[in-house]
Write a protein that binds this ligand. Sequence first.
Ligand SMILES: C[S@@+](CC[C@H](N)C(=O)[O-])C[C@H]1O[C@@H](n2cnc3c(N)ncnc32)[C@H](O)[C@@H]1O
Length: 279
Amino acid sequence: MDVIIYGSTDTGLRIYNAIKESMNVISFLDDDSSKWGKSIDGIRIQNPKSIQDMEYDEVYIGVLTYHMEVLKNLLEMGVQRNKINELYVNIPTFARIECLRNIRSIIDEELLTGNVAELGVFRGEFAREINMIFPDRTLYLFDTFEGFSEKDVSVEIEKNYTKQDKSGYFANTSEEYVMSLMAYPEKCVIKKGFFPDSTLGVEDTFCFVNIDADLYAPTIAGLNYFYPRMVVGGIILVHDFFSLTFHGVRDAVKEFCFAKKCTFMPIGDTLSVGIRKTE
Ligand SMILES: C[S@@+](CC[C@H](N)C(=O)[O-])C[C@H]1O[C@@H](n2cnc3c(N)ncnc32)[C@H](O)[C@@H]1O
Protein backbone atom coordinates (compact mmCIF):
# COMPACT_ATOMS: atom_id res chain seq x y z
CA MET A 1 0.00 0.00 0.00
CA ASP A 2 1.40 3.45 -0.99
CA VAL A 3 0.88 6.00 1.76
CA ILE A 4 1.64 9.64 2.48
CA ILE A 5 2.21 11.10 5.95
CA TYR A 6 1.11 14.72 6.51
CA GLY A 7 3.46 15.95 9.24
CA SER A 8 7.17 15.28 9.44
CA THR A 9 7.90 15.90 13.12
CA ASP A 10 6.64 14.19 16.29
CA THR A 11 3.43 12.41 15.34
CA GLY A 12 4.47 12.00 11.70
CA LEU A 13 7.69 10.30 12.73
CA ARG A 14 5.86 8.07 15.20
CA ILE A 15 3.52 6.97 12.43
CA TYR A 16 6.46 6.39 10.11
CA ASN A 17 8.21 4.18 12.67
CA ALA A 18 4.99 2.22 13.28
CA ILE A 19 4.11 1.56 9.63
CA LYS A 20 7.38 1.59 7.70
CA GLU A 21 7.74 -2.21 7.70
CA SER A 22 4.22 -2.85 6.43
CA MET A 23 3.54 0.12 4.10
CA ASN A 24 5.32 1.94 1.36
CA VAL A 25 5.68 5.54 2.56
CA ILE A 26 6.10 7.58 -0.62
CA SER A 27 6.20 11.10 0.82
CA PHE A 28 5.97 13.33 3.87
CA LEU A 29 3.99 16.57 3.56
CA ASP A 30 4.64 19.57 5.78
CA ASP A 31 3.28 23.12 5.94
CA ASP A 32 6.71 24.37 7.03
CA SER A 33 8.35 25.43 3.75
CA SER A 34 11.83 25.31 5.33
CA LYS A 35 11.50 21.51 5.30
CA TRP A 36 10.53 21.11 1.66
CA GLY A 37 13.15 19.23 -0.34
CA LYS A 38 14.72 17.66 2.78
CA SER A 39 14.21 13.96 3.41
CA ILE A 40 13.71 11.40 6.16
CA ASP A 41 15.16 7.94 5.48
CA GLY A 42 15.37 8.95 1.82
CA ILE A 43 11.67 9.97 1.69
CA ARG A 44 11.12 13.53 0.52
CA ILE A 45 9.28 16.16 2.55
CA GLN A 46 7.06 18.14 0.19
CA ASN A 47 4.62 21.00 -0.05
CA PRO A 48 1.15 19.62 0.86
CA LYS A 49 -0.16 20.93 -2.47
CA SER A 50 1.93 18.33 -4.30
CA ILE A 51 -0.51 15.66 -3.10
CA GLN A 52 -2.70 16.69 -6.04
CA ASP A 53 -0.13 15.15 -8.44
CA MET A 54 0.47 11.95 -6.50
CA GLU A 55 -0.94 8.43 -6.72
CA TYR A 56 -1.53 6.95 -3.25
CA ASP A 57 -3.83 4.66 -1.28
CA GLU A 58 -4.01 6.55 2.02
CA VAL A 59 -2.82 9.74 3.68
CA TYR A 60 -2.10 9.64 7.42
CA ILE A 61 -2.66 12.79 9.43
CA GLY A 62 0.56 13.15 11.40
CA VAL A 63 0.10 16.34 13.44
CA LEU A 64 -1.76 16.62 16.74
CA THR A 65 -2.34 20.28 17.59
CA TYR A 66 -3.27 21.34 14.05
CA HIS A 67 -5.13 18.10 13.28
CA MET A 68 -8.42 19.77 12.31
CA GLU A 69 -6.70 22.35 10.08
CA VAL A 70 -4.83 19.58 8.26
CA LEU A 71 -8.03 17.60 7.77
CA LYS A 72 -9.74 20.69 6.34
CA ASN A 73 -6.79 21.40 4.05
CA LEU A 74 -6.79 17.84 2.69
CA LEU A 75 -10.53 17.91 2.00
CA GLU A 76 -10.21 21.30 0.31
CA MET A 77 -7.49 19.88 -1.94
CA GLY A 78 -9.94 17.21 -3.04
CA VAL A 79 -8.57 14.25 -1.08
CA GLN A 80 -11.33 11.68 -0.63
CA ARG A 81 -12.51 11.33 2.98
CA ASN A 82 -12.11 7.55 2.93
CA LYS A 83 -8.43 7.92 2.03
CA ILE A 84 -7.67 10.02 5.12
CA ASN A 85 -6.42 8.01 8.09
CA GLU A 86 -6.76 9.73 11.48
CA LEU A 87 -6.03 6.71 13.66
CA TYR A 88 -2.73 7.96 15.06
CA VAL A 89 -4.13 11.33 16.06
CA ASN A 90 -7.45 10.06 17.37
CA ILE A 91 -5.92 7.48 19.70
CA PRO A 92 -3.68 9.95 21.62
CA THR A 93 -6.51 12.50 21.78
CA PHE A 94 -9.04 9.97 23.11
CA ALA A 95 -6.48 8.47 25.51
CA ARG A 96 -5.76 11.87 27.05
CA ILE A 97 -9.45 12.65 27.49
CA GLU A 98 -10.10 9.20 28.95
CA CYS A 99 -7.22 9.76 31.37
CA LEU A 100 -8.81 13.07 32.39
CA ARG A 101 -12.12 11.30 33.12
CA ASN A 102 -10.28 8.72 35.22
CA ILE A 103 -8.51 11.49 37.12
CA ARG A 104 -11.88 13.08 37.80
CA SER A 105 -13.17 9.82 39.26
CA ILE A 106 -10.15 9.57 41.58
CA ILE A 107 -10.67 13.18 42.67
CA ASP A 108 -14.33 12.40 43.46
CA GLU A 109 -13.57 9.16 45.29
CA GLU A 110 -10.99 10.90 47.43
CA LEU A 111 -13.15 14.00 47.93
CA LEU A 112 -10.32 16.26 46.78
CA THR A 113 -10.92 19.98 46.88
CA GLY A 114 -9.18 22.57 44.71
CA ASN A 115 -9.65 24.11 41.29
CA VAL A 116 -8.19 23.25 37.88
CA ALA A 117 -5.89 24.96 35.39
CA GLU A 118 -4.19 24.69 32.06
CA LEU A 119 -0.87 26.33 31.21
CA GLY A 120 -0.64 26.44 27.41
CA VAL A 121 -4.17 26.72 26.07
CA PHE A 122 -3.67 27.73 22.42
CA ARG A 123 -7.06 27.19 20.72
CA GLY A 124 -8.61 25.52 23.74
CA GLU A 125 -8.98 21.94 22.43
CA PHE A 126 -8.03 20.29 25.70
CA ALA A 127 -9.23 23.19 27.89
CA ARG A 128 -12.73 22.53 26.56
CA GLU A 129 -12.50 18.94 27.86
CA ILE A 130 -11.24 20.09 31.25
CA ASN A 131 -14.15 22.54 31.49
CA MET A 132 -16.63 19.82 30.52
CA ILE A 133 -15.26 17.25 32.99
CA PHE A 134 -14.87 19.77 35.85
CA PRO A 135 -18.05 21.90 35.56
CA ASP A 136 -18.05 22.51 39.32
CA ARG A 137 -14.47 23.85 39.50
CA THR A 138 -12.96 27.15 38.42
CA LEU A 139 -10.72 26.64 35.37
CA TYR A 140 -7.76 29.03 35.06
CA LEU A 141 -6.52 29.38 31.48
CA PHE A 142 -2.91 30.59 31.30
CA ASP A 143 -1.52 31.59 27.90
CA THR A 144 0.09 34.56 26.22
CA PHE A 145 -2.60 34.07 23.52
CA GLU A 146 0.17 35.50 21.33
CA GLY A 147 2.31 32.37 21.01
CA PHE A 148 5.78 31.57 22.36
CA SER A 149 7.63 34.50 23.92
CA GLU A 150 11.09 35.55 22.77
CA LYS A 151 12.32 35.16 26.34
CA ASP A 152 11.41 31.44 26.50
CA VAL A 153 12.67 30.78 22.99
CA SER A 154 16.05 32.33 23.81
CA VAL A 155 16.38 29.88 26.75
CA GLU A 156 15.50 27.09 24.31
CA ILE A 157 18.28 28.18 21.94
CA GLU A 158 20.79 28.72 24.77
CA LYS A 159 20.14 25.22 26.05
CA ASN A 160 20.52 23.79 22.55
CA TYR A 161 16.99 22.36 22.36
CA THR A 162 16.51 24.07 19.02
CA LYS A 163 18.33 26.32 16.58
CA GLN A 164 15.11 27.80 15.22
CA ASP A 165 13.61 31.06 16.45
CA LYS A 166 10.09 29.84 17.27
CA SER A 167 8.92 33.12 18.86
CA GLY A 168 5.28 33.71 18.01
CA TYR A 169 4.52 30.06 17.16
CA PHE A 170 0.89 29.33 18.20
CA ALA A 171 -0.17 32.98 17.92
CA ASN A 172 -3.17 32.00 15.82
CA THR A 173 -5.71 32.14 18.67
CA SER A 174 -7.62 34.52 20.95
CA GLU A 175 -9.31 34.53 24.34
CA GLU A 176 -12.66 35.13 22.62
CA TYR A 177 -12.25 32.08 20.40
CA VAL A 178 -11.27 29.87 23.35
CA MET A 179 -14.16 31.12 25.46
CA SER A 180 -16.60 30.44 22.63
CA LEU A 181 -15.79 26.71 22.92
CA MET A 182 -16.51 26.42 26.61
CA ALA A 183 -19.60 24.63 27.89
CA TYR A 184 -19.32 26.46 31.24
CA PRO A 185 -17.69 29.80 30.39
CA GLU A 186 -18.75 31.25 33.74
CA LYS A 187 -16.30 28.83 35.38
CA CYS A 188 -13.32 30.04 33.29
CA VAL A 189 -10.78 32.66 34.28
CA ILE A 190 -8.53 33.82 31.45
CA LYS A 191 -5.00 34.62 32.63
CA LYS A 192 -3.50 36.23 29.57
CA GLY A 193 0.21 37.03 29.53
CA PHE A 194 3.65 35.64 30.07
CA PHE A 195 3.71 32.81 32.59
CA PRO A 196 4.70 32.95 35.48
CA ASP A 197 4.08 36.74 35.58
CA SER A 198 0.42 36.03 34.79
CA THR A 199 -0.04 34.22 38.11
CA LEU A 200 0.00 37.53 39.97
CA GLY A 201 -3.15 37.81 42.07
CA VAL A 202 -4.11 34.12 41.80
CA GLU A 203 -4.60 32.79 45.31
CA ASP A 204 -5.89 29.25 44.90
CA THR A 205 -5.21 25.55 45.28
CA PHE A 206 -5.56 22.93 42.54
CA CYS A 207 -6.59 19.29 42.19
CA PHE A 208 -5.78 19.04 38.46
CA VAL A 209 -3.43 20.97 36.18
CA ASN A 210 -2.40 20.37 32.58
CA ILE A 211 0.95 21.86 31.56
CA ASP A 212 1.24 22.05 27.78
CA ALA A 213 3.64 24.91 27.09
CA ASP A 214 6.11 22.92 24.93
CA LEU A 215 9.28 24.68 26.09
CA TYR A 216 11.71 24.19 28.98
CA ALA A 217 11.28 27.57 30.73
CA PRO A 218 7.46 27.72 31.08
CA THR A 219 7.34 23.98 31.93
CA ILE A 220 9.75 24.26 34.83
CA ALA A 221 8.08 27.53 35.90
CA GLY A 222 4.71 25.76 35.77
CA LEU A 223 5.91 22.88 37.92
CA ASN A 224 7.50 25.25 40.41
CA TYR A 225 4.33 27.31 40.63
CA PHE A 226 1.62 24.63 40.66
CA TYR A 227 3.18 21.73 42.57
CA PRO A 228 3.24 23.53 45.96
CA ARG A 229 -0.34 24.69 45.31
CA MET A 230 -1.69 21.19 44.57
CA VAL A 231 -3.88 19.56 47.21
CA VAL A 232 -2.47 16.23 48.42
CA GLY A 233 -3.55 13.63 45.83
CA GLY A 234 -3.83 16.29 43.10
CA ILE A 235 -2.47 15.43 39.65
CA ILE A 236 -0.41 17.41 37.14
CA LEU A 237 -0.18 16.20 33.55
CA VAL A 238 2.74 17.41 31.46
CA HIS A 239 2.29 17.12 27.72
CA ASP A 240 5.20 16.56 25.30
CA PHE A 241 7.46 14.72 27.73
CA PHE A 242 8.02 12.15 24.95
CA SER A 243 8.17 14.76 22.19
CA LEU A 244 10.76 14.26 19.48
CA THR A 245 10.69 18.04 18.84
CA PHE A 246 10.41 19.79 22.21
CA HIS A 247 13.29 18.23 24.13
CA GLY A 248 13.22 20.73 27.00
CA VAL A 249 9.97 19.44 28.52
CA ARG A 250 11.54 16.10 29.44
CA ASP A 251 14.52 17.80 31.08
CA ALA A 252 12.25 20.19 33.01
CA VAL A 253 10.15 17.31 34.42
CA LYS A 254 13.17 15.17 35.29
CA GLU A 255 15.00 18.07 36.92
CA PHE A 256 11.92 19.08 38.92
CA CYS A 257 11.03 15.57 40.06
CA PHE A 258 14.62 14.81 41.02
CA ALA A 259 14.79 17.96 43.15
CA LYS A 260 11.36 17.43 44.79
CA LYS A 261 11.69 13.66 45.06
CA CYS A 262 8.40 13.07 43.25
CA THR A 263 7.77 10.58 40.45
CA PHE A 264 6.27 10.75 36.97
CA MET A 265 4.53 8.10 34.87
CA PRO A 266 3.47 7.89 31.21
CA ILE A 267 -0.32 8.13 30.79
CA GLY A 268 -0.61 6.22 27.52
CA ASP A 269 -1.41 9.09 25.15
CA THR A 270 2.07 8.77 23.52
CA LEU A 271 3.26 12.14 24.86
CA SER A 272 2.28 12.99 28.46
CA VAL A 273 3.37 12.05 31.94
CA GLY A 274 1.43 12.46 35.17
CA ILE A 275 2.81 13.61 38.53
CA ARG A 276 0.81 13.07 41.71
CA LYS A 277 1.35 15.12 44.82
CA THR A 278 1.75 12.65 47.63
CA GLU A 279 2.49 14.75 50.70
C1 LIG B 1 1.00 23.40 22.09
S1 LIG B 1 0.22 24.85 22.55
C2 LIG B 1 -1.01 24.28 23.68
C3 LIG B 1 -2.01 23.31 23.06
C4 LIG B 1 -3.28 23.18 23.83
N1 LIG B 1 -3.10 22.66 25.17
C5 LIG B 1 -4.30 22.31 23.07
O1 LIG B 1 -5.05 21.55 23.70
O2 LIG B 1 -4.38 22.38 21.85
C6 LIG B 1 1.39 25.66 23.60
C7 LIG B 1 0.89 26.97 24.17
O3 LIG B 1 1.74 27.36 25.25
C8 LIG B 1 1.75 28.76 25.32
N2 LIG B 1 2.91 29.22 26.10
C9 LIG B 1 4.19 28.77 25.99
N3 LIG B 1 4.98 29.45 26.85
C10 LIG B 1 4.20 30.31 27.56
C11 LIG B 1 4.43 31.26 28.60
N4 LIG B 1 5.65 31.48 29.13
N5 LIG B 1 3.39 31.96 29.07
C12 LIG B 1 2.13 31.77 28.56
N6 LIG B 1 1.85 30.89 27.58
C13 LIG B 1 2.87 30.16 27.07
C14 LIG B 1 1.81 29.18 23.85
O4 LIG B 1 1.36 30.50 23.68
C15 LIG B 1 0.91 28.13 23.19
O5 LIG B 1 -0.39 28.61 22.99
